[in-house]
Design a binder for this molecule. Structure first.
Ligand code: ASP
Length: 309
């Protein structure tokens, strides 16, 4: 039987080990373990990579620990604007949403864009109309309220500053979330979901929902989900760059992912990381920050879960 595998991330950034309490670390690890086991179970039962990544990301969106879904950061207006994307490497179909509010699971809405619309990317009010017409419940703002996130926003509110959730050293909460998977048929898929950056304004959109930048999947090469300062990941067209190095240069997944994160991104001062899987179930999880919440599970028996380098 061919190797099948799944990896997830909960954000990359400046994670200062001493500032994380053991209790909080345990919570993060449990949340990661739960999500990775859930996604892997779907693969193990013969389910699709697309279903596995959606399900794993939904779990991560439902915990307040990560900057996605329930745990999304505050915008400059004190609201929550979320972005998400999902892509199926089998047929390169994709769905993405941006600047959406009140949606419990943005990745599910992205999947509906993939399946129920002719389009790939819906944003703002239009995306909300699409959600409502597909029967989505709109959660009240207090569903997304989180004291730590609120204090994080208070610290820079009314300033011109905006910040990557992960770069806050004073607390342990951060993390855009994502998943990549290769199923028993060798199909790959990727999904990414985020609340973006604290105090963001002007309709700022990061890399996460952008196909090719923060999310990409193609059976011929790989599936990729990125995390980090989105502006750099957009400029570097990072997820697609990994696939291009494999396709055009014949590099292995590991080598392609390493070059993008450790050679190309530093050239433009880009900080972050990615998770990736190829059609043979090989995994890569490079990052150039102090840490990245990550976990993976493969049918070859290898389980992995880590936060720091
Ligand atoms: N890449 C995301 C963004 O820029 C943030 C993150 O990865 O945490 O919106």
């Amino acid at each position: 039987m061919r190797t099948f595998a799944l990896a997830i991330h909960g954000g990359a950034g400046t994670l200062v080990k001493g500032l994380m309490t053991p209790a909080l670390e345990t919570q993060y690890k449990e949340a990661l373990r739960f999500a990775v086991e859930d996604g892997f179970k779907i693969l193990n039962q013969g389910g699709s990579a697309l279903d596995a990544v959606e399900s794993a990301v939904i779990h991560l969106e439902n915990t307040p620990l990560f900057n996605a879904g329930k745990g999304s950061v505050f915008t400059a207006q004190g609201t929550h604007e979320m972005d998400a994307a999902i892509m199926d490497g089998a047929n390169q179909e994709a769905g993405a949403v941006s600047l959406i509010t009140g949606i419990k699971n943005p990745v599910a809405l992205a999947r509906d864009v993939l399946e129920k619309s002719y389009h790939v990317f819906l944003a703002g009010e239009g995306a909300m109309e699409f959600a409502k017409s597909n029967g989505y419940k709109i959660e009240k703002p207090d569903y997304f309220y989180d004291e730590v996130r609120y204090q994080q926003w208070q610290g820079i509110k009314d300033s011109e500053e905006f910040q990557l959730d992960h770069s806050v050293k004073k607390e342990g909460k951060f993390g855009t979330v994502g998943a990549v998977a290769c199923d028993q048929n060798g199909n790959v898929a990727a999904a990414t979901s985020t609340g973006g950056m604290t105090n963001k304004k002007w309709g700022r959109v990061g890399d996460s929902p952008m196909i090719g930048a923060g999310t990409y999947a193609n059976n011929n090469t790989c599936a990729v989900s990125c995390t980090g300062s989105g502006e750099f990941f957009i400029r570097g067209v990072v997820a697609y760059d990994v696939a291009c190095l494999m396709e055009y240069k014949g590099l292995s997944l590991n080598e392609a992912a390493r070059i993008v994160i450790h050679e190309r991104m530093p050239r433009i001062n880009g900080d972050g990381g990615l998770i990736a899987v190829d059609g043979n179930g090989n995994l890569a999880m490079p990052f150039n920050t102090e840490g990245m919440y990550r976990a993976s599970k493969s049918s070859n028996g290898q389980d992995y879960l880590a936060i720091y380098k």
